[in-house]
Design a protein around this ligand. Structure first.
Ligand SMILES: [Zn+2]
Length: 63
């Protein structure tokens, strides 16, 4: 049986199966973080953290 490769989630930093998350450019967000982000309100204190993590995607891309 083929087992999916693990990808490092840019939000929580954990390694999760690559088929259980979201790939944006060359970055990966695991399914649980993706769900949390979707449910996180803009007014939530965790929201800036997610935005910050997401920005790293574009930082990586521009370097
Ligand atoms: Zn994660």
């Amino acid at each position: 049986m083929h087992e999916g490769a693990l990808c490092e989630c840019i939000v929580c930093g954990q390694f999760k199966p690559q088929d259980q998350g979201l790939h944006i450019v060359s970055e990966f967000i695991c399914g649980s973080c993706e769900n949390e982000m979707v449910q996180t309100d803009v007014k939530d204190e965790k929201y800036p953290f997610y935005v910050h993590q997401m920005k790293q995607i574009w930082v990586h891309k521009n370097v």
